[in-house]
Design a protein around this ligand. Sequence first.
Ligand code: C5P
Length: 222
Amino acid sequence: PPPLLLKNKKLLITAGPTREALDPVRYISNHSSGKMGFALAQAAARAGAEVTLIAGPVNLPTPAGCRRLDVESAQQMLDSVLENIAPCDIFIATAAVADYRASIIADNKIKKSDTELTLTFVKNPDILKTVASLESAPFTVGFAAESQNLAEYAKGKLVNKKLDMIAANDITQPGLGFNSDHNALQVFWNSGERSLGPATKTELADALIALVATQYNNKTSN
Ligand code: C5P
């Protein structure tokens, strides 16, 4: 069995896409499968942590030993995160949260017509930034999917969102990332960096959880 690196630690993890309603039958969303977040939840549970997994709409079984809460929209995900964050030592945000939602959710099905349809959108809250800004923020870990200048953008988010760690993946790599069972990560924290993979998401999850445990212990022992 793996070492219990996170014994007695409480973890909160977001995973999957969010779904933003346009009317009673339509929504906008994205192709996130939730696989990386579910693999991390599983790895954290294997490492002895008490894991709460807040999931958007995904087609995945609940990882063994995790408490799972299902949500749809970004706002619901934020509400659920804030309800469950208090006793947590570590927060990991893997969810592909929709950046925008419709300004108005139509009460009735939007009817087609012969003209163009214009929809307006408003910004969704940044769940990760909200958690990292809490007065008693847990150790926060973000993800960044980038198609260029990976290190620069990821380090920018580490500072801008006040994170303890960020795991970035290059979305232009064929066969890795979104919807795949494989991924490669470039991980940054304030005083270091490390590349993990390419490997299966299960292997990467174990490696990332070990790195999170090390940096969490460094931070809390200072
Ligand atoms: O800024 P960007 O969307 O690239 O940041 C990605 C990171 O922020 C991911 O960890 C993601 O889960 C988190 N995020 C969030 N809420 C948002 C947008 C992103 O928690 N509204």
